[in-house]
Design a protein around this ligand. Structure first.
Ligand code: 5AD
Ligand code: SF4
Length: 440
């Protein structure tokens, strides 16, 4: 009988894509995917460590697997991802979660076959986390979506924002070779994919570490020459690294989507300095104005952290001011979470949970109002949508995105799934648009 695997993924798109790569490896080994824990012969938790609640979820879920392992002694439980790059988390797993069989790091994905063999042979727990900045050039994946694909272009981060654990879990910036990226995109185009999203903690640094060095704009332009790929997206960008060259590429290259994710994190000059973000509120706003002026109707999204140590009411009002000025199309708001090992974790003026919750709600309400106002402008307008998903909750509906990354729902029509088509917008809320396909 074929063996079954289940991967549970926490965190960002990079982790989602790492799980897609693991699926490819496991299915090459003859495993089949299942979404039922009881059916699985192998369970992998791909973890995130950006905020504490992600850690807690993993520990909670792992605890509940103990009973399953008692019932099925042959079940293999593995844990990987960012959390496992941290010694403290590995020690907790080693000491308190003895039913976990295999622990591996973010750079050991291609070693899965070897790790499974080794475990099956010895039946002894394996902990394998590599200390290397080398990256896997082999990136085959079984993708969940058959229209739109994620592609890794750069790993790690050199920025050391004072709140962030990523530089410690994902290491220093390391670009994939241009050759292997272009080869992968070409293959995706041949397989019928229409859209790709280039992934990296800081895509703007792409190519600086390559020999000969190259730029992110150059990569975008080269990818856009590949026939079949109609849309190119990318996440994430650091505001300090947005160059005129990149603004020009987004503006002039018709395949590059007119949307940009530019995490502000805080609007306060003082807090931004404490965060080590290397820009001020005014510099950020200047950049936004330039982008808006150059690229008509560009959609701008952001990440915001509230309750960073020492954040005063005035600092918070500065963040609110940025939201009011930029009028983001989407903003992901996070309560500051203390990450051991980062500079901010040892600051002594931590903000209470109560104040964080209060500020969080104020920002969320304001962001939702602005998104509603932005989306209202689409009413009775025609937009081009790439449909890539049948609705999970209503099989009669499907959804896709506009070039500006607006989610659009329409009635399911199989002829248009996987294609770009025109839609007349008839309804909207803060999060999405709804409309009718214009048949031509
Ligand atoms: N606490 C809260 N949010 C954080 N982020 C990163 N580190 C933390 C932290 N310690 C947020 C940032 C980043 C996003 C991916 O996660 O806003 O842009
Ligand atoms: Fe973390 Fe800052 Fe690097 Fe983003 S740029 S991954 S927030 S350290």
């Amino acid at each position: 009988m074929e063996k079954k695997y289940l991967i549970k993924t926490y965190g960002c798109q990079m982790n989602e894509h790492d799980s897609e790569r693991m699926s490819y490896i496991l299915e090459s080994l003859g495993y089949q995917s299942t979404d039922k824990l009881e059916e699985a012969d192998l369970i992998i938790y791909n973890t995130c460590s950006v905020r504490e609640n992600a850690d807690n979820k993993v520990y909670g879920h792992l605890g509940s697997l103990k009973k399953l392992k008692e019932k099925n002694k042959d079940l293999i439980i593995a844990i990987c991802g960012c959390m496992m790059e941290l010694k403290e988390a590995r020690d907790i797993i080693r000491d308190k979660y003895k039913h976990v069989d295999i622990v591996f790091g973010t750079k050991n994905i291609n070693s899965i076959p070897y790790l499974l063999d080794q475990y099956n042979y010895s039946k002894e727990r394996i902990i394998d986390v590599e200390e290397t900045d080398d990256i896997d050039e082999i990136q085959d994946a079984i993708r969940k979506n058959q229209t739109s694909a994620y592609i890794n272009i750069i790993y790690g981060c050199n920025n050391f924002c004072s709140y962030c654990i990523v530089p410690y879990t994902r290491g220093r910036e390391s670009s994939r070779s241009e050759e292997s990226i272009l080869k992968e995109v070409k293959k995706l185009a041949d397989d019928g994919f229409k859209e790709i999203t280039l992934l990296g903690q800081n895509v703007n640094s792409y190519g600086k570490d390559l020999h000969p060095c190259t730029t992110f704009s150059d990569l975008l332009n080269k990818i856009s020459l590949i026939e079949g790929i109609e849309r190119i997206r990318f996440i994430s960008s650091h505001p300090k690294d947005i160059s005129d060259d990149l603004i020009f590429t987004i503006k002039s290259n018709p395949k590059v989507c007119k949307c940009i994710h530019l995490p502000i994190q805080s609007g306060s000059k003082r807090i931004l300095k404490e965060m080590n973000r290397k820009y001020t509120k005014d510099e950020y706003l200047e950049k936004i104005n330039k982008i808006k002026k150059e690229i008509l109707d560009i959609a701008i999204t952001t990440d915001i952290i509230i309750g960073f140590p020492g954040e005063s009411e005035d600092d918070f009002l500065d963040t609110l001011d940025v939201i009011n000025k930029v009028k983001y199309d989407q903003a992901f708001i996070f309560k500051y979470s203390k990450r051991t090992g980062t500079k901010a974790a040892i600051m002594d003026n931590q903000i209470s949970e109560e104040v964080k919750s209060e500020r969080f709600q104020i920002l969320l309400d304001r962001v939702n109002d602005i998104c509603l106002e932005n989306n209202s402008k689409y009413l009775n307008r025609e937009v081009k949508v790439l449909f890539d998903e049948i609705s999970k909750t209503d099989k009669n509906m499907m959804s896709g995105r506009t070039d500006r990354n607006k989610i659009v729902h329409v009635k399911y029509n199989k002829d248009y799934l996987g294609k770009i088509c025109s839609v007349m917008i008839k309804e909207f809320n803060s999060f999405a648009l709804e409309g009718e396909i214009i048949e031509r």
